[in-house]
Design a protein around this ligand. Structure first.
Ligand code: ATP
Ligand code: MG
Length: 744
């Protein structure tokens, strides 16, 4: 394989990293400096004839499913689809799942385990708290359990610890213990288990990864202790590791990520080489400068300079609006205006609205809806959480895996089968005392082999046998299906057997159409094998002396589909149709590693950024830094004057530097709009729009008042920056004809 295409388009430092002969390599660099690009090129380089690693012997860990898809696409251009499909490339969670499916039986995992997503985990904990009548809050308990697991601390460790335990701690240990028992009885693994059990597997059976030649990790600064350990275990045989990361972008400390892993790695592998990248290829000079002023306030960090490769561009804009609703309206209007004024240089998918928390999105979503701009939500409330979708998925989960007690309990009476809460309680109690799964108990009851404490009504008995019949028929269908089409086939089967469309019409008469559209979307996803991020589970290497479990193709395709649904909760959800037409709304956390031509960061006020309950204010600052450095050409920051929750006056985030807060902004006159547009095009590497397109845009979209179209403080005279000519401002903005004349 020719390595020229791999190295072309990289700068000297990037090439050094890509071709580095060091077996342990850290690439540390600020945002937008091409770390991910470098990592991708290094994968291709290691697979090239120079090194000749086989793709199935290379493990590459990305932070989100979206990132792994993007990397797959980029690599496909360099080395071809066939090779890429064999790589072990994905998030830590999905890679672990893959190993557990293949080799989990070696550590006693039952075949066909399901994955509990965060909703499932919460539901289980709520039930435990209720059953045991405890005072503990379910949501914090869940994060705490996850935190303990991420550090490898089991409930037994806590129970054994010699410290005296208060009531609160005792309750927590009890919930933790019961939670683990509930997962085990439903044959479910939660997110943390996927990692932990894989650590167990690889410690006990290092052979499973003895083929691995090299391991690469993106966004290393956000790995937790377990992920770090996994990386070492993956690489145990050949000790070849490449990581890329940026300590300044560490934002997952609240989920037990440890920046310290960087130093840990250097201590563990004394032969670690470090390559620094300094040039920034993403953002305009002014965006980079402002972001730098934010991160510089962290005095504990070593000083670093960010070198822009683009011109100064347009200054970031800070805007205060009276209310959150007005803020949403302003953002959406501004998006529309940017699209019109740039003569279609920008399209909706070039815009992202980044939020501290998904809870803030409601007004923005409704405003986008009102103004007819399509959008997609990332990292927030998800497509898969909608009631109708969740219900169908629960059916699929029970079909794939009937021991899933929670999913079964949720579908048992939906649509109604006259099985009331009391009946369900009695069935659950019966199953628990017989120490078998709810499904097995119900089947026994239906077949008259066991009886339920509460006498079942006639209607309930019939309801139960109908359900059992449905699930059994579906399982037979699954068994008969010998290819990847099982998710769609079963979904269609369930929809028709339940009369699901009629059920929706009857239950949601006002909203039936929307909900049905969602169902159709789910069908499309179930039928699209490209949404199964791992088509290649069967490609894990066969290892001598180890028996890899060979699954049934239809069953495995369904279980993989459900796993992808569960794992995508953590990160992003693409809703099928073309993303290129949509504005993105995302949490800042989920925007990691990504970039957009225009970025809005909303609600930048004290209490939100930094968050009022945040423990680590440095991490809060880094969060704002990550948000700002997603922007390529235009950056807007905004806040409402009043907090919509308590009506109190807000204070602008103290993280914002004076250069942004105190800047006097005025709109750029039309005379300079073309220069601004050209500067944007240059940063994005796009063609300049024609004069006609710009004139047309101006006619349609000139700001009517002194508003925020590429505002400018007038002092700035960078190379490609637009220059503000104050004396002409009012006349230029007053009369459109006059403005166009000036341009000529
Ligand atoms: P982050 O820290 O945000 O994850 P990163 O360091 O991973 O950022 P990349 O996403 O790899 O940065 O690159 C940022 C942008 O810069 C991408 O659009 C990439 O294509 C571009 N880029 C990187 N290196 C070069 C280069 N040598 N020449 C031109 N463009 C480059
Ligand atoms: Mg990156």
């Amino acid at each position: 394989m020719d390595i020229d295409p791999i190295l072309s388009g990289l700068n000297a430092a990037q090439r050094t990293a890509v071709t580095s002969p060091s077996s342990i390599l850290q690439v540390l660099a600020p945002p937008g400096s091409g770390k991910t690009k470098t990592l991708t090129a290094r994968v291709a380089y290691l697979l090239s004839s120079q090194h000749g690693f086989r793709p199935q012997d290379v493990i590459c860990c990305t932070f989100t499913i979206k990132a792994s898809r993007e990397m797959r696409e980029r690599l496909a251009h360099l080395i071809g689809d066939r090779v890429v499909s064999k790589l072990v490339l994905g998030t830590f969670h999905s890679i672990c799942r893959r190993y557990l499916v293949a080799y989990g039986h070696l550590i006693g995992l039952k075949k066909g385990f399901g994955i509990a997503d965060s909703n499932d985990s919460l539901a289980i904990i709520k039930r435990i708290v209720k059953r045991l009548n405890l005072n503990i809050q379910p949501n914090p308990a869940r994060s705490r359990i996850s935190g303990q697991k991420a550090q490898g601390i089991s409930w037994k460790d806590l129970d054994d610890a010699r410290h005296p335990k208060g009531v609160e701690q005792q309750e927590f240990i009890q919930v933790y213990r019961e939670y683990e028992a509930a997962l085990a009885s439903s044959n479910l693994l939660d997110y943390d288990d996927l990692l932990l059990r894989c650590v167990d597997l690889l410690r006990q059976h290092p052979h499973c990864v003895s083929n691995v030649q090299t391991v690469l990790v993106d966004e290393f600064q956000d790995t937790n202790v377990i992920q770090y350990e996994l990386m070492n275990l993956f690489a145990a045989q050949n000790r070849r590791i490449t990581i890329v990361g940026d300590p300044d972008q560490s934002i997952y400390g609240f989920r037990s990520a440890e920046i310290k892993n960087l130093e840990r790695m250097q201590r563990r592998y004394p032969n670690t080489s470090v390559v620094l990248l300094e040039d920034n290829y993403r953002s305009s000079g002014s965006i980079l400068g402002s972001a730098e002023q934010v991160i510089e306030q962290d005095t504990a960090r070593p000083a670093k300079k960010l070198h822009p490769t683009h011109g100064v561009g347009t200054m970031p804009v800070l805007r205060k609006l009276p209310t959150a609703a007005a803020e949403a309206q302003w953002m959406v209007t501004e998006i529309k205006r940017c699209i019109t004024l740039t003569g279609q240089l920008l399209k909706p998918s070039d815009f992202a609205i980044l939020l501290r928390s998904a809870a803030l999105s409601r007004q923005i979503e409704s405003e986008l809806g009102k103004q007819g701009i399509p959008y997609r939500m990332v990292g927030g409330s998800r497509f898969f959480d909608r009631v109708e979708i969740r219900l169908l998925l629960d059916y699929l989960r029970v079909i794939s895996h009937p021991e899933n007690n929670d999913a079964l309990a949720r579908i048992i009476n939906v649509p109604t089968r006259k099985i009331g809460d009391e009946t369900l309680k009695s069935l659950t109690a019966g199953a628990e005392s017989a120490k078998i799964a709810l499904w097995a108990f119900i089947k026994d009851v239906v077949q008259g082999r066991r009886s339920c404490q509460k006498n079942l009504s006639k209607a309930a008995s019939i309801g139960l046998s109908v359900l059992v019949g449905l699930i059994e028929a579906a399982r037979q269908k699954l068994y008969d299906c010998m290819d990847e089409s099982s998710p769609r086939i079963l979904l269609e089967f369930v929809i028709s057997k339940l009369g699901f469309r009629e059920y929706l019409t009857a239950t949601y008469p006002l909203d039936e159409e929307n909900r049905w559209a969602n169902v159709e979307e789910l069908l499309a996803q179930a039928g699209d094998s490209s949404t199964s991020y791992f088509q290649q589970d069967d490609l894990l290497p066969e290892i001598e002396g180890l028996e890899q479990q060979q699954g049934h193709i239809g069953e495995e395709a369904l279980s993989r589909f459900l796993a992808n649904v569960a794992l995508s909760t953590e990160v992003t959800t693409e809703e099928g149709d073309q993303p290129q037409e949509k504005v993105t709304i995302s949490t800042i956390h989920a925007a990691k590693g990504l970039e957009w031509p225009v970025v809005f960061v909303a609600a930048v006020y004290e209490g939100v950024i930094p968050h009022s309950r945040a423990e680590d204010s440095d991490e809060e600052r880094r969060l704002l830094y990550v948000a700002m450095t997603r922007a390529q050409a235009l950056l807007y920051l905004s806040l409402p004057r009043r907090d919509s929750k308590n009506g109190e006056e807000t204070r602008t985030s103290s993280f914002l530097p004076p250069s942004i807060v105190e800047a006097k902004f005025r709109a750029v006159g039309p005379k300079f709009v073309d220069k601004t547009i050209f500067a944007i095009a240059d940063i994005l590497g796009r063609e300049h729009p024609s004069q006609e397109a710009i004139v047309k845009g101006l006619q349609a979209g000139l700001p009517s008042n002194n508003d925020d179209l590429w505002t400018h403080d007038g002092e700035y005279t960078g190379d490609t920056a637009t220059r503000w000519d104050g004396s002409k401002a009012s006349s230029a903005l007053d009369g459109r004809g006059q403005a166009l004349e000036n341009r000529a």
